[in-house]
Design a protein around this ligand. Structure first.
Ligand code: BTN
Length: 320
């Protein structure tokens, strides 16, 4: 109710009446919220007003924001610490499918997973570590472009949320801000005879904490949105909006509702377009100029002799 009336005050008597409790009980609940770091202003004879949210993940706020944006169709699991939200989602998907999708969020991960078997350093303190698990039971083909589409949708949402076009996507799905990496997506699927049995969409976004990694000079430096934009992003509304958007995008993919030409939109968000890059696939290193992606979502590389080659996977670095 505090979120619904934000930025205005809501009266203590309206809160008491709606909740069916006394005004003293309202006061005591407000104090409990304050102890959780939720900043609430009270003025006698006026009421209560939400002023600020804690940076650290707060379960009640995730629930409140999901309700506020009218999204209830998932099973939510929130942890202070977990090995990996993707691993936990995989476990829950095998034992608890009464309501799908399953959404797992954590304040920190002790064994965060990145793409290409890398570690995803996941310190506590306001970053997004989120996984959403589905049981699609559809042919692989229907979900082939899912990750690319989602990467683009995440970038759109971040541009909108933070009111800047500086967010870009680096194929296949690194999230870039100011030429540095602020996030990534790890999609994992289990496939049974050409059908996708389970699908886990894992997303990490550095809102506040920048992992300290020793990277060589060709790798993009990790950074955080707070550091780059000089702001204090709100974790809870962002998390809620991401969950709603991902589930909607997933349903669009399953129901073939996405524009088959969405890849032509890719250029607008493409960090690599026209850059000189290297693609490492197994032991093969190819160098050339990036020409965006083809109709199937493969990365297109143009070699100095004019020939082109497409890549369905690989590790991409910029050439200096
Ligand atoms: C990448 O390598 O860029 C992908 C990183 C994906 C990290 C997220 S954090 C939430 C989810 N759980 C994990 O263990 N990994 C993903």
């Amino acid at each position: 109710m505090l979120l619904d009336s934000y930025p205005n005050f809501i009266s203590g008597s309206l809160l008491a009446q709606t909740l069916g409790i006394s005004r003293v009980a309202v006061w005591s609940r407000i104090n409990k919220l304050r102890l959780q770091g939720i900043d609430i202003r009270a003025i006698q004879n006026v009421g209560y007003r939400l002023v600020g949210e804690p940076i650290i993940l707060n379960k009640n706020l995730v629930y409140a924001w999901l309700e506020h944006i009218n999204y209830k169709n998932c099973q939510l699991f929130i942890y202070d610490s977990i090995n990996s939200t993707n691993i936990e989602t995989e476990k829950l998907l095998t034992e608890n499918t009464s309501k799908l999708p399953i959404v797992v969020i954590a304040d920190k991960q002790t064994n965060g997973k990145g793409r290409l078997n890398k570690k995803w350093t996941s310190p506590s303190g306001g970053n997004v570590y989120l996984s959403i698990g589905f049981k699609p039971n559809v042919e692989v083909l229907k979900l082939r472009k899912f990750t690319l589409y989602l990467g683009m949708q995440i970038v759109k949402l971040l541009r909108n949320e933070f009111n800047t076009e500086k967010f870009m996507v680096k194929w296949p799905n690194d999230i870039i801000l100011n030429e540095k990496k602020i996030g990534g997506i790890l999609t994992e699927a289990s496939i049974d005879s050409e059908r996708v049995n389970s699908l886990i969409f894992g997303l990490g976004i550095n809102l506040y904490q920048t992992p300290k990694l020793n990277r060589n000079k060709n790798k993009l430096k990790p950074t955080s949105i707070s550091h780059e934009l000089g702001i204090e992003p709100s974790l809870h509304p962002l998390t809620a909006r991401i969950i709603k958007m991902v589930v909607k995008s997933y349903n669009n993919c399953i129901n073939q509702k996405i524009d088959p030409n969405f890849l032509s939109e890719w250029n607008e968000y493409d960090y690599l377009n026209n850059k000189d890059i290297s693609v490492l696939k197994g032991d093969d290193l190819s160098k050339g100029n990036c020409q965006g992606i083809d109709h199937d979502g493969n990365l297109l590389l143009k070699f100095p002799n004019g020939s082109k080659k497409s890549f369905s996977s690989g590790e991409i670095d910029l050439l200096q």
